[in-house]
Design a protein around this ligand. Structure first.
Ligand code: F0G
Length: 393
């Protein structure tokens, strides 16, 4: 059995797959990939799995890029689209990375897969581990995982371990125990996860006929997805498929914003947030493992990271639901909250072409949705009672 590595043994930085642009151009030139429908595996030629690898897929990717005219009008911008990755099989973008990660796990002969998670990674890993017949062990922060995500991990048969601590502590435990216990880590420290997630950027360009948005707003938690998007955009540009790349705007929740703090204070090193807290539990992370990658990605794109408050996140969540029929979980609304804030502060050209990434489905976190909504009205089972109620509305 292979011994997996996630970081460089010399410098300690996380490993990264480097695409051979010239070879990839040649391979793509010989293939009819353009005719294939959108999905993660449409881009198989740009994903490092063995040509004969058995692929474990639930048909992830190919998620809609929704033109949001009502929301745009409400916010006062011209061109707003939402990449709704909450429509993936388990309801979050994690499936893009997991189909590749689990395919790789089987290719490497792994028997047990593991992760620490604020919820979505564990839900996705549990589903794909089931599909591939692998044992799955997930560590979650006690009491801080949204109900839907917990239900998924449990239902798919993972061994769910609730840690009396936060995500950062759980991830540290996973990293330390995995080598000792021979478990394959499928957090975003795993470079193959990033290779799956970068396909969302390819998709956006393909959905825009080879153009790119001018701005991409994206939530930042552990920092893997923002780095993955940048990798995808940069590769597509280098391959000559996209005509440019977007500026990446990383959005963090006020109470869990170590990356945004770096931009704010112009510092080179991350200062972890000891007790991260936010209603967007998916991004309740104080010491992001991918901070170097995401800071580099955001800077290379010409962007920066900033914060939004919990109230701004919830307002964005309600707006997505009300104006566009998009039900996002709080973290999946953080990017839009970032855009709304930039509009208010006059930090963005109102006619710019903007894409906000919505990363997870609202059904993941029913408690937060119910808490902030108008409660159901109870009446007697009579026409009279119904008419009386509707008259008052
Ligand atoms: N949005 C959602 C819905 C997430 O679940 C996450 C991360 C993020 C955004 C942030 O992405 O970590 O790549 O910067 N969720 C992880 C998890 C941490 O365990 O499910 P990131």
């Amino acid at each position: 059995m292979a011994r997996p590595a996630y970081a460089c043994s010399k410098c300690g930085n996380l490993l990264e797959v480097k695409l051979d642009i010239r070879a990839s151009k040649e391979i793509l030139g010989r293939s009819d990939w353009r005719k294939t429908p959108l999905s993660v595996w449409k881009y198989k030629d740009l994903i490092p799995v063995e040509p004969k690898a058995k692929i474990f897929s639930l048909k992830e990717g190919g998620t809609p890029l929704l033109k949001c005219s009502r929301l745009a009008e409400h916010l006062g911008v011209k061109n707003l689209k939402i990449k709704f990755d909450g429509t993936n099989p388990t309801g979050s973008f994690k499936d893009r990375g997991m189909t590749v990660g689990i395919t790789k796990a089987r290719e490497l002969g792994m028997k047990t897969v593991t992760c620490a998670s604020t919820g979505n990674t564990s839900a996705s890993l549990a589903a794909y581990a089931g599909l591939a017949g692998l044992k799955c062990v997930v560590l979650i922060p006690e009491g801080k995982v949204a109900l839907g995500k917990l239900a998924q991990a449990m239902m798919h048969g993972a061994l769910v371990i609730s840690v009396k601590g936060n995500f950062d502590q759980a991830l540290e435990m996973v990293m330390k125990s995995s080598e000792k216990l021979g478990m394959y880590v499928l957090n975003s420290v795993n470079p193959f996860r990033i290779e799956g997630q970068k396909t969302a950027a390819y998709e956006i360009c393909d959905q825009m006929d080879g153009r790119c948005p001018e701005y991409l707003y994206i939530p930042v938690g552990n920092g893997g997805n923002s780095a993955a998007y940048w990798k995808g955009f940069a590769e597509y540009e280098s391959l000559g498929i996209a005509s440019g790349h977007p500026v990446i705007r990383g959005i963090q929740a006020e109470g869990a914003a170590p990356v945004a703090n770096m931009f704010e204070s112009n510092s080179k090193e991350l200062v972890p947030v000891k007790k991260p807290d936010t209603v967007a539990t998916a991004i309740r992370i104080g010491n992001p493992a991918n901070w170097r990658k995401t800071v580099r990605a955001i800077k290379e794109s010409g962007g920066y990271a900033s914060v939004v408050s919990d109230e701004e996140i919830l307002e964005a969540q309600r707006s997505l639901a009300k104006y566009e029929g998009i039900f996002a979980e709080p973290a999946g609304a953080a990017a839009l909250a970032g855009l709304a804030k930039d509009i208010k502060l006059g930090k963005i050209d109102l006619s710019a072409d903007v894409v906000c990434v919505s990363t997870g489905h609202g059904l993941k976190d029913p408690d937060v949705a119910i808490e902030q909504s108008i409660q159901p009205r109870t009446i007697e089972a009579s026409m009279n009672a119904l008419e009386k109620l509707l008259e008052g509305e």
